[in-house]
Design a binder for this molecule. Structure first.
Ligand code: 3HC
Ligand code: NAI
Length: 705
């Protein structure tokens, strides 16, 4: 890094007796090595200049400082370290003021806490979100935050990763004043001048004593137990509590040393790798070729066709994003049900005290129910969510073609159907796209944007813009049966069925999957979603199924009894008296036994490790096929699909990242070993074989542009 470059990311300018230090490192003023060097040099400059009586630290652009430069983690350390920089700021013999007008997160807040005084403007966001990256605040944050805001509140801030606004930060003791406006230099200079005029002393956070230590330690004991229970399997939360304990028990410098040691442990953990991969991957999925080629169409008025589970959820999502929505249903009864489905969501918020009646009325004023397609001639974008039946959907799209204005985007929420065929039902296939929301659509973050052959680039760009406005995480997918997510799901679900027939109980499989970090196992998910959905799909596909392929009938036997899961009180599990948590069902085990006997299978034992090896090998192998066929743009798109739509444990980064961490040669060796038993099912993906032969990993494909 040249001297000029260093100078440009941290600028200093004297305004009277105050040295204004501006961090200008777009996009978010992350604390990369040049910024750290610049900050340290600025403090030295202030100390050396007799005309300077105070230092003001501000950020240029929208952020104060968003934290350490995440891209540097895992790279060789370059001095000065951030803890050193914070200590240098705190040790400054002249007053140091931080003026915060935007995000002050992680290392950014640590810099601010090392300053002697802090002022926040209304758009400030203060937080220590390192836990979301598998880390802990590693530049004195675990030692300074408890001194400023108290032990319990500081631990809460670090464990939740929550951001505080200016007033909440003031109430918590993190900042000394809230100023108006958007200009941190003006607010900071005014504050610095007032402090100087009042002869305010240099005030170091490290010198603040933590009161009532026995009470604080007792609170930490309780918190440690609670954290272990709530964050099962996660590494850094427990370490955060340990650091806060050090803040109470040890002198400041020893506490800092303890924090450093534990920070390095977190940095070296695979969870940090997984979580940081997830952070960047979620930002990469919006980078698609079409976004470079075309601008989105403008849209404000939306129509949703169908007011069932998905139509209602999509409507809520669109209303929450500020759009007007016309919902079209088949008849009066259905539209009344559709509207009730929407209102139920808002009534739930009202019941929890999270929404007022007036706010609901204001949102519902943008909603229009209808049973006539002629009412949507004006809309800019239509999302169809009617029954999953190609003929029904084609008929709907014919109607849309008839009534919609030229240039309207026509989207389908189909889960599996061929969108090229749906587009072909219209005279405008260039306007037809897939928008695959997940249930509940107003809550789930994932939106698969499915790109059929004839769609135009600006329609794809419009879909990504819609995702952004709805605060969804978009993933671009190609047309195939199940797109990215459901296609891969179908394959690992099959492996779960095979293991069940070969000797593992559904309960053992679910338990192994949960121990891996999923909130639920596959059989619990089936029970939650309703076994009848998969049953219908299996019946639909029966005619085209390869007769040589292995087919497990247990789920069919269960559905034949009318056991569709939670909604019928039993499925793979028993849900006595409407319970949401199921109990193992001996009758289900008897069905499994009978199926094994019928097929002549002698059941064998599976360890949780073997269960996961097979489950993950199937997921990764199909993931590789999906990438190879161009259904997913990159491996990271598969990762994001599973992280945001299928409950894949975030700290493992997604299935493809997981495979990279295990090592692709190991995954391929597993698949080849399993192929000995069932070569038809376990066909190694050619892409996986190629990467192993070339000594490469999936991540190398993420980087190739
Ligand atoms: N380091 C490096 N790059 C970062 C970054 C960081 N800390 N934070 C954000 N970026 C990058 C993003 O990757 C993105 O890059 P791209 O344009 O190439 O995709 C760009 O900055 C803009 O980010 P967003 O798309 O997220 O922009 P938003 O405006 O939506 O959000 C934000 C801004 C709230 C600052 C959000 O980016 C964020 O939450 N960042 C992470 C904050 C964080 O976790 N800080 C703690 C870091 S760890 C730490 O400080 C350790 C210390 O204790 C030692
Ligand atoms: P649903 O059965 O709850 O709702 C479908 C609605 O469409 C019904 O209210 C019905 O009256 C209405 N409808 C049927 N024909 C119509 C027509 N010609 N015009 C207007 N309305 C009509 O079904 P659900 O679950 O909401 O699914 C809808 C679509 O979303 C399907 O394509 C499904 O595959 C897809 N999907 C479903 C998910 C889920 O978890 N339920 C997840 C993601 C996608």
């Amino acid at each position: 890094m040249s001297i000029e470059a260093k100078a440009s990311v941290v600028r200093t300018a004297r305004q009277g007796r105050v040295l204004v230090v501006t961090i200008d490192n777009p996009p978010v003023n992350a604390l990369g090595v040049a910024v750290r060097q610049g900050l340290q040099a600025a403090v030295e400059q202030a100390e050396a200049d007799a005309a300077v009586q105070a230092v003001l630290i501000v950020g240029a652009g929208k952020a104060f400082i968003a934290g350490a430069d995440i891209r540097e983690f895992g790279q060789p350390a370059q001095p000065p370290s951030l803890p050193e920089v914070c200590n240098r700021i705190e040790a400054c013999g002249k007053l140091v003021v931080a003026a915060i007008h935007g995000p002050a997160l992680g290392g950014g807040l640590e810099v601010a806490m090392a300053a002697h005084y802090r002022v926040a403007l209304p758009a400030a966001k203060l937080g220590l979100p390192e836990v979301n990256l598998g880390l802990l605040p590693g530049a004195g944050g675990t030692q300074r935050a408890p001194r400023l805001m108290g032990v319990r509140a500081a631990a809460g801030l670090m464990l939740s990763g929550q951001h505080l606004g200016a007033h909440a930060a003031f109430d918590a003791g993190l900042v000394d004043r809230v100023a108006q406006g958007t200009d941190p230099v003006a607010a900071g200079l005014q504050y610095a001048e007032e402090l100087l005029a009042a002869n305010a002393p240099v005030r170091r956070t490290r010198d603040i004593a933590i009161g009532d230590k026995p009470a604080a330690l007792a609170e930490l004991d309780a918190l440690a137990a609670e954290t272990a229970k709530k964050t099962r399997g996660l590494f850094s939360p427990g370490k955060i509590v340990e650091c806060v304990r050090a803040a109470v028990e040890l002198p400041f410098d020893e506490g800092l040393a303890r924090e450093r040691a534990l920070f390095v442990q977190c940095l070296d953990s695979p969870q940090r790798q997984g979580l940081i991969h997830a952070f960047f991957a979620e930002r990469e999925t919006a980078k698609i070729p079409e976004a470079k080629a075309a601008a989105p169409r403008t849209f404000a008025a939306i129509a949703v066709i169908g007011g069932g589970t998905m139509g209602a959820g999509i409507t809520v999502s669109a209303l929450d994003a500020g759009f007007t929505v016309t919902m079209v249903e088949r008849d009066q009864d259905s539209i009344a049900r559709g509207q009730a489905n929407v209102e139920k969501v808002y009534d739930g918020l009202i019941a929890k005290g999270r929404m007022s009646q007036d706010a609901k009325a204001a949102v519902m004023a943008r909603y229009t129910p209808s049973i006539s397609y002629d009412d949507i001639a004006h809309v800019d974008l239509v999302i169809e969510a009617v029954f999953e039946d190609l003929e029904v959907k084609k008929a709907v799209f014919k109607e849309l073609d008839r009534v919609c204005k030229p240039g309207a985007v026509l989207a389908t929420n189909t889960s599996y159907l061929d969108i090229d065929a749906i587009a072909a039902a219209t005279a405008r296939p260039q306007d037809v796209i897939g928008l695959h929301f997940f249930s509940p659509a107003n809550i789930m973050k994932l939106l698969e944007i499915v790109v059929p052959a004839k769609v135009s680039a600006d329609v794809v760009a419009t879909a990504f813009e819609l995702a952004k406005r709805m605060k969804k995480i978009p993933v671009r997918a190609g047309v195939c049966d199940g797109f990215i997510g459901n296609r891969i799901l179908a394959v690992y679900k099959q492996v779960a069925d095979y293991m069940m027939e070969d000797g593992a109980s559904p309960y053992e499989i679910d338990e192994a999957v949960r121990a891996f970090g999923y909130p639920m196992g596959p059989f619990q998910v089936t029970d939650l979603a309703g076994g009848d959905i998969g049953w219908a799909t299996r019946k639909r596909r029966a005619a085209t199924r390869d007769p040589k392929a292995r087919y497990v009938e247990v789920a069919d036997r269960i559905c034949e009894r009318g056991w569709f899961g939670q909604k019928t009180g039993r499925g793979f599990y028993l849900y006595a008296n409407g319970a949401r948590t199921g109990m193992p069902d001996p009758e289900v085990l008897a069905i499994v036994d009978a199926e094994r006997a019928k097929k002549g299978v002698t059941p064998r034992k599976f360890t949780p490790e073997e269960i996961m090896r097979r489950y993950m090998a199937a997921m990764v192998n199909e993931g590789a096929k999906v990438v190879e066929e161009g259904i997913a743009l990159r491996p990271l798109d598969v990762d994001v699909t599973f992280l945001s739509g299928y409950g894949f444990p975030r700290h493992r980064g997604g299935p493809m990242k997981y495979a990279d961490m295990v090592g692709l040669p190991q995954v391929l060796a597993d698949i080849r070993a399993f192929a000995q038993e069932d070569p038809l099912f376990w066909k190694p993906a050619p892409l996986l074989e190629k990467l192993v032969a070339e000594g490469r990993n999936f991540d190398s494909l993420n980087k190739a542009d």
